[in-house]
Design a protein around this ligand. Sequence first.
Ligand code: BDR
Ligand code: CA
Length: 351
Amino acid sequence: MQYVWLDADPGHDDVTAILLAVYLDNIKLLGISTVHGNSSAYWTGVNAARALYAFNAPDDIKVYPGAVKPLTREARYAPNIHGEDGLGGVVGLPPPDSPEAQARFAIREDGTAISAPEGMVTAIKETWKNGAGHKVSVVSSGPLTNIALFILTHPELLEAVEHFVFMGGGVGLGNVTPAAEFNIVCDPEAAQVVLNCPVKTVMVPLNVTHTAVVTESVHKRLCAAMVAQEAGKNDVTVPPTGLRSMLSSLITFFAHTYKEVYGFDDGPPLHDALTVAYVSNPNLFKSKRYRVDVELHGRHTTGETVADIWDYQRCDDTWGATGKNCLVLESLEVERFFDVLLDCIDCCDQV
Ligand code: BDR
Ligand code: CA
C-alpha cells in the first residue's frame, strides 16, 4: 500500500489525479491540500471538495486549504486553460457553498477550518508513527508552495517522506514561456526548495505528460458506459452516467482550451494524473536520474527546470543540494495508463 498526501490546484487534470488517488487500490489517500495555481486558492479548495463529493470519496478524505500566493512572488492563474473558476465548463458538480461541498473540508469540533500545513503534518506523523508505521508519498499537481513550506518548517519529518513526486517542468520545454512550465513558473523559489531537500524527488515533466493525450477515441472509451464488455465487445453506445457526463464535460472544455491556446488538435494532455499513476505503478514509466535546478533569475528563462543530462557538474549520488537530486520521468506506456484510468472510472461509477 502507498500512503499518499496530494497537494493540488484543481484544475481539470488535477481532478483526474484526485480520481486516481481515491480509487487506485494500492493507494491510501490521507488528505488533499490545495494551493493557488490554476485559479485562486478559494476556487482550488472548493473544487477539490466538489470533486471529492462527485467521486463519492470516503468521508474521511478531507480538503485542507493552503497557500494563497507563492513564497515571494505575486500569484498568477490560468483562466485561459481552466476558466476563471478553475473548472470551467464542468457540469454535475455541487455549488461551492453547498453543504455537499462544504462537508468535504476538514473542520475542528469548534467549527474552525484545519488548513494545509496542520493537516499534512498531522497525517504524516500519524502514518509514520516515529518509524513504526509507514512513509508517505507526497504528491503535487500544482505550484509547490505548500510543499516547500512543509520542508522549511518541518525538517524533522523529512525522514517520513518516501519521495516528493511533482508534475512540473520540462526538459527543454515550457508551456507558459518558451522555457518554463506553469506549476514551476508560478513559484520557482518553492520548486528549488523541493529539489534541494535531502529526499528523493520525482519530476513528471511536460515531455511525458504531453503523451497522455485524451484523443476522441480515448474520450469515448472513458466516458461511455460499456455494457457489453463481458461479451468481449466494447459497446460504447450506452448513454453516459452522471459521473461520465461530468468527466466528458471536463475533457471537452480542456480539449477546447488546449486547441485554442496550444493548437493541440488531438486532445488535451492529462498532466496531473500521471503523478498518482507513477506512485501506484512506476513500471508504467521509464526514467533517469539527473541534477535539476530551477532558474530563478533568468531574463528569458525564469522558472526553467535545468536538467544536467550530461552530468557536466559531476554530481554525487545523494538527493538534495549536491547530488543528482531528481528522478525525471522520460516516457509512459500510454495505453496501459488509460486502462488504469478507465478501471478507476468504472470503480467510481459502481460506488
Ligand atoms: C500544469 O499546469 C496546470 O494548468 C495543470 O493543472 C498542470 O498541473 C501543466 O503545466
Ligand atoms: Ca494542476
